[in-house]
Design a protein around this ligand. Structure first.
Ligand code: NOJ
Length: 969
């Protein structure tokens, strides 16, 4: 074992060039994946194929927005039919939920040995973890049955504009909107519910010497199915016992008329998903969804990574629809795209494009949500109504984070902190990886290297900075370590199939894993974060939960055996993809509760995630490499996360494994300034690379990139706020902002920041000195730094030598920012604002600003400022309007912010008619004499040399918390 561990460590220390393929299964090595693909192949090879599933029309009942019934599955060799209860709920939001269960599995346990049991039921608790609302049925949904059509129709959604057409036999559902079918279930007949069956022990004949063992089979019941992985499956030297036998569920979901599908993170692939059954540029394996610790992951691959969100959206011109497959077991998704030929005489003229997908999970109920859009925003909003929106984080965590594995002593941390100041580089958070602990025992400090955590926290707090410490869910198996003793004595760990505590290997060596499905384990875990228990932590300590897929070095596919058992007698197989979220959840709650009275918003970074994890903090894309390919791969991955409901994401800036060249490091910081979660991180074996070490001119260029982030923090925080109330991505891909522009649907290397109109295209090619930015509309776009105008749909070349970041402003927006460089975001709290007004082609602009204390939950009682700014070219008036809802804490907050002012207004694209203008007049809300207007000077700069015109009003004397009008007419 020790040898294994050392070899494993060695692998981490000396990066090899590629992922260890033998560690992870391909579809052909996964029993249920192979079976479901074979099922699909069989169906498509038989022209007369009919799905063996039919909805029994006599079983259908419809009540208050809920349709229930029974699907009957025909069996090959038996008259008996398998009964599958189906419930279809038409929700108030216009979303539809479909669950399919199996009658025979609905009750009971299976006794394994002694008192160890597993639940016989199909796992039905994923929703308890993932769903937090939006389940109210739409009582207005109406059944409209046409006699004799063998279909059942339900009208639902806004003004009954949606229609679900249920075909009885073979069973299938079409979802229609505006008279068109957008989503089809079981259209290809791939619904597959592997039903409950008893294990038949096959009679074997003892082989004579030199002969192979023979299995006697009763020819009457002989099956053509591949049963080899039904009851047991081996991979990489591990054998998975399957006490419940085969139990996968599969379904085909087609999107007729849709060319692009996105989502189902996490994969190092393009945002617009590829075909998976060969074809031009396609993959040969399905996209896999199984939380895994895949270090040095491969790029352009459907291989699974650390987290899973089984949400997919399909995009066609002006139409977005989506599906959410709520299942926590291992899942694979096949994608085929094609053009249907309209009719035989069409002489090769292609018909409608279509994307066909095929989903299958190893166990659990079928639980599917269907969204009919029609906009990308409808999908993120409605998905968020179900699974929650990202929590508004502390303002500081939107700043820059400095991490490495490891800062070696508390002195080292304090030294790095001082050096950032010396070089005038702002940062907010410094991170401690596993080496701060006493021998990898979490909730302890290494007494030699971190003797004074209090002093360290105090120094950082002087500039409002924070410390993040890592706590992983594996607990060192050691006597006299109170955390492990508690875990064992109180029986709070995950069990193995024999029913005793499961043991495996991770950073500390032999370890146990908290079973955070167990309420008692969660209560205990939360208590560990109390200041009085986790001595040395303070108000400015935040958390990082790593390795929570969970990563088990000596487990199958580097994770936990699927036949391990969790609280409630569920197999690990059933809950695998949720495990990481349960740990993240308990830590998040632990931070909220660590001190009664003074509640701060928690911050917890997690590596594993599932649908719903967005409520709990941030995630990052794991162990990338310091190479250009990984820099390029980050943006599509982050954009994909954002449209999949989890927008607070980042990638290790600089690359985790290996040493970046200075050019790569610099370009990575320029790119990272646009990551919602902006953190530099590096492996223990890499050279130190804090930005101030890069040297001239790199340090200065990196500092500029970080300062750009800090000056735009007001815009970023406003975007985070938007995400927290309606699920809008913080960084947005082209299709999300321009859903009519088909040309931009596959673009995943440029991004918009929130609703600000800021459009960035970071440089991700070695040696590149320019970027081609794609503009999707006919608005003017201005260079952020010098107002050069770019206009006209299509691609524009932007010159970007090393010191330049391609960043444009789309006309029509007002961008709030703060221009005074400080050490940390906290120190900018009362700084004045600059408003950047970027006029559209009609001469108008609009924008907003959200501000609160950035720390507490007081904003929930109205302690915030929310303003809408507009400039109207007809009136020539720029106004600030209050769009907040007041609460009990509004007045106190407004008082605290009473003096914060706007120090500058810049109008980009200022009309020619202002050429001779030198003054603007200002009217303020609440001014004693409203007829008395102040006059302030304006400077106009005419357009020249490709640069747009602009005007500036310095110190207009208006306040951020109040209403005002600046009259430019
Ligand atoms: C794996 C994580 O992905 C990495 O970021 C971290 O530094 C190491 N674990 C050590 O904790």
């Amino acid at each position: 074992m020790l040898l294994f561990y050392l070899t494993f460590l060695a692998c981490l220390v000396v990066p090899s060039v590629s992922v260890k393929h033998d560690t992870f299964k391909t579809c052909a090595q996964s029993g249920f994946c192979k079976r479901n693909r074979a099922f699909a192949d069989n169906a498509s090879s038989i022209s007369t194929w009919q799905s063996p599933y039919a909805l029994d029309p006599n079983s259908i009942a419809f009540n208050d927005g809920k349709l229930s019934g029974t699907i009957l599955k025909k069996l090959d060799n038996s008259k008996e039919k398998v009964r599958l209860p189906i419930i279809i709920t038409f929700l108030e939001s216009g979303t539809v939920r479909i669950t399919i269960d199996e009658e025979k599995r609905q009750k009971g346990d299976i006794v394994l040995r002694h008192d160890s049991k597993v639940r016989k039921e199909r796992y039905n608790e994923a929703a308890n973890w993932a769903i937090v609302g939006g389940l109210e049925p739409n009582k207005g949904a109406a059944l409209s049955n046409d006699a004799g059509t063998q279909t059942t129709k339900v009208l639902y959604g806004p003004a009954g504009a949606y229609e679900a057409v249920l075909r009885h036999s073979p069973f299938g559902i079409d979802f229609n909107r505006d008279g068109k079918t957008h989503i089809q279930l079981n259209e290809r007949g791939l619904l597959n519910v592997e039903h409950w069956r008893a294990k038949v022990e096959k009679e074997t004949i003892e082989p004579k010497e030199g002969e192979e063992q023979q299995v006697l089979q009763d020819t009457a019941t002989e099956s053509t199915e591949d049963e080899s992985t039904w009851w047991e499956e081996s991979f990489g030297g591990n054998t998975d016992s399957k006490p419940r036998g085969p139990e996968s569920i599969g379904l085909d979901i087609s999107f007729p008329g849709y060319d692009h599908v996105y989502g189902i993170p996490e994969h190092a692939s393009s945002m617009s998903l590829k075909q998976t059954r060969g074809g031009d540029g396609g993959y040969t394996d399905p996209y896999r969804l199984y939380n895994s610790d895949v270090f040095e992951y491969e790029l352009d691959s459907p291989m699974t990574l650390y987290g899973v969100i089984p949400l997919m959206q399909a995009q066609a011109k002006d139409s977005t629809v989506g599906v959410f497959w709520l299942n926590a077991a291992e899942t694979w998704v096949d994608i085929i795209k094609g053009k249907s030929v309209a009719n035989a005489l069409s002489l090769g003229v292609a018909g409608k494009s279509s994307t066909q997908t095929h989903w299958f999970s190893e166990s659990g109920q079928l639980d599917l949500f269907v969204f009919l859009g029609p906009t990308p925003k409808d999908i993120t909003k409605k998905y968020g109504e179900l699974t929650g929106y990202s929590q508004l984080p502390q303002a500081s965590v939107i700043g820059y984070h400095q991490c490495r594995w490891n800062y070696v002593t508390d002195q080292d941390v304090m030294d790095v902190d001082r050096k950032f100041d010396k070089h005038r580089i702002p940062y907010d958070v410094i991170w401690l990886d596993i080496e701060y602990t006493d021998g990898k025992k979490y909730f302890t400090w290494d007494p030699l290297n971190f003797p004074h955590p209090d002093k360290m926290h105090k120094q950082l707090d002087e500039h409002e900075r924070k410390v993040v410490v890592i706590i992983d869910p594996h607990i060192k198996n050691e006597n006299n370590y109170h955390v492990d003793e508690d875990l064992r004595n109180k029986d709070l760990g995950v069990h193995n199939k024999e029913g005793s505590i499961s043991e495996g290997w991770c950073w500390p060596g032999s370890s146990h894993w908290i079973d955070s499905f167990n309420p008692a384990a969660r209560a205990w875990w939360k208590s560990l974060y109390q200041f009085k228990k986790f001595i040395g932590t303070a108000k400015n300590t935040f958390l990082w939960n790593d390795m929570n897929e969970p990563s088990v070095f000596n487990g199958p596919e580097t994770t936990m055996p699927k036949d391990n058992i969790h609280y409630g007698n569920w197999e690990h197989r059933d809950v695998h993809n949720i495990y990481g979220m349960t740990v993240h959840n308990a830590t998040h709650e632990g931070l909220i509760e660590r001190k009664k009275g003074e509640i701060q918003r928690p911050f917890v970074l997690s590596r594993a995630f599932f649908a719903g994890s967005q409520r709990l903090g941030a995630v990052w894309t794991g162990d990338n490499l310091a190479d250009w390919g990984h820099l390029r791969a980050a943006l599509p991955m982050l954009l994909n996360q954002g449209i999949s409901g989890f927008p607070f994401v980042g990638s290790d800036v600089g690359g985790f494994f290996g040493n970046p060249t200075k050019e790569l490091l610099t370009r990575w910081y320029q790119s990272g300034t646009f990551y919602p979660f902006f953190r530099g991180h590096a492996h223990i074996d890499t050279r130190r690379r804090e930005p101030y070490l890069a040297g001239t001119p790199y340090t200065q260029i990196i500092t500029q990139a970080i300062r750009l982030r800090y000056s735009l923090l007001p815009a970023w925080y406003t975007a985070f706020h938007e995400a927290s109330i309606d699920g809008s991505p913080i960084i947005r891909p082209n299709f999300y902002v321009h859903p009519s522009d088909e040309k931009g649907f596959a673009i995943d290397d440029q991004l918009y920041i929130g609703s600000t109109g800021l459009l960035a295209k970071p440089i991700v090619q070695e040696g590149a000195e320019s970027a081609d930015i794609y503009i999707a509309d006919d608005e003017p776009y201005y260079d952020y730094f010098d107002y050069t105008v770019y206009s006209g749909k299509g691609s524009h070349t932007y010159k970007a030598p090393l010191e330049k970041i391609p960043l444009l402003m789309q006309g029509g927006h007002i961008i709030p920012r703060r221009d005074r460089p400080r050490r940390s975001s906290g120190l900018m709290r009362y700084d004045p604002y600059t408003l950047l007004i970027v006029l559209d082609k009609a001469g108008n602009a609009e924008g907003s600003l959200y501000v609160d204390d950035g720390e507490t939950f007081d904003y929930q009682q109205g302690a915030y400022i929310h303003r809408k700014f507009s400039f109207n070219q007809e009136t020539g008036i720029l106004s600030s309007e209050d769009i907040s809802t007041k609460g009990s804490k509004t007045a106190a907050y407004l008082k605290a912010m009473a003096k914060v002012r706007v120090e500058r207004v810049i109008i980009v694209g200022a009309p020619n008619s202002w050429k001779s203008k030198t003054q603007v007049s200002i009217a303020e809300e609440g001014a004693k004499d409203s007829s008395k207007k102040k006059s302030v000077s304006l400077q106009y700069h005419a357009a020249a040399g490709g640069k747009g015109s602009w005007a500036v009003v310095r110190d207009p004397g208006v306040l951020i918390a109040k209403g005002w009008k600046i009259d430019f007419s």
